[in-house]
Design a protein around this ligand. Structure first.
Ligand code: UT7
Length: 337
């Protein structure tokens, strides 16, 4: 019997502090009206405080996931953390999360594919399930984007926020779970979206700090054009080759980078806004957090057998789409039941 990897639970976490468009108006030359009309974002959550890394949010998301699904941390076989803002260059944030939640048996590693990281990690983790190698794989998407954002640069500081989500993957033999994938990358995209210093090419120095090279550098309009084309194309390609149409797609789960990119992708696959998961207004672009945060926010509306198209585009460039059939009906949360 064919084994597929199905998502069997979702957890998430966003920090308490809310950075509104109104507060950004006091930091840079911008307006609430410009941000909302050009991006769809009203506010984003920011992780404040000393010594608070991405793992803080990942740990909370995984703990919630385990509590909701009634799983024990020691039963996790593998934990992958997709992040672009790891706590440290090494060790991996996934190792830090595993230790903190008590996933003593799990091996764990980070995955770096910018905004497509969670999607890549979901596809990667699924292979370990589909081959029968492992039974419980946790995939975390988490970023503290505020740690690499220049709050004097109005073209980037308005977009990004902090947050995390996590899903559990388990074997399924009913034909549910991840059914198809189309993943791409093109390193020629580096010039449009990168962080200049902090890696091995340009290690941190007084000079790199003075030149503000530890922040996200983005040529927004160029990235926008690539994102609209590639995310829409690949979502349409995966839908078509699986015989899915506007009627049979139940949900589009798009990376939340800009509402105009999301609208273009939905238009290309021919579906209306009622089938598009959207929470960019609340969280902004949380990079690896966007897709699991969508699944978490919409979990109560998802039904067993629903057809989901997940699509993302990000730095690298990286992009792709997944087709998955949702594997469970909403269930009461054991933490509150
Ligand atoms: O998730 C990873 C991948 N990233 C993305 O997918 C992001 C893709 N890009 C975008 O979402 C958009 O390009 C942005 C939201 C970043 C920018 O929107 P845009 O409509 O592409 O603006 P633009 O960069 O073409 O700039 C248009 C104008 C410029 O002014 P001038 O030169 O025409 O006078 C900018 O200086 O808008 C100005 N501008 C702003 N004005 C008010 C840029 N940022 C702001 C701002 N407030 N925050």
């Amino acid at each position: 019997m064919k084994i597929t990897a199905a998502i069997t639970g979702v957890g998430s976490y966003v920090p308490d502090y809310v950075l509104t468009n109104q507060e950004l108006e006091t930091l840079v030359d911008t307006t609430d009206e410009w941000i909302l009309s050009r991006t769809g974002i009203k506010e984003r959550h920011i992780l404040k405080g000393e010594n608070q890394g991405t793992s803080v949010m990942g740990i909370k998301a995984v703990k919630q996931l385990l509590a909701k699904t009634g799983n024990k941390a020691e039963d996790i076989d593998l934990l992958i953390c997709a992040t672009t803002t790891p706590d440290l260059v090494f060790p991996a944030t996934a190792n830090i999360i595993s230790a903190a939640v008590g996933a003593t048996k799990a091996f764990s590693f980070d995955m770096q594919a910018a905004c497509s990281g969670f999607m890549y990690a979901l596809a990667t983790g699924s292979q370990f399930i589909a081959t029968g190698t492992y039974k419980k794989v946790v995939v975390v998407g988490a970023d503290k984007m505020s740690s690499i954002i220049d709050y004097t640069d109005r073209a980037t500081c308005i977009i990004f926020g902090d947050g995390a989500g996590a899903v559990l993957l388990e074997p399924n033999t009913e034909g549910l779970g991840l059914l198809d994938q189309e993943l791409h990358s093109d390193g020629n995209g580096e010039q449009y979206l990168h962080q200049k210093a902090g890696g091995s090419r340009r290690p941190p120095s007084a000079d790199t700090v003075a030149h503000r090279e530890h922040y996200v550098y983005q040529e927004g309009a160029a990235v926008f054009k690539f994102a609209v084309k590639n995310m829409a194309d690949v979502a349409a390609q995966v839908s078509e080759r699986n015989g899915l149409s506007a009627d049979t797609i139940d949900w589009l789960v798009p990376h939340q980078a800009n509402k105009r990119i999301i609208d273009a992708t939905a238009h290309r696959v021919g579906i209306g806004p009622e089938k598009v998961m959207l929470n960019i207004h609340k969280y902004g672009n949380t990079t690896n957090g966007t897709i699991p945060l969508c699944l978490s926010d919409y979990e109560q509306q998802l039904r067993k057998g629903d057809n989901l198209i997940i699509a993302a585009f990000g730095g690298g460039f990286t992009w792709g789409a997944l087709y998955l059939k949702w594997a469970y009906d909403p269930k009461p949360d054991p933490r509150t039941a």
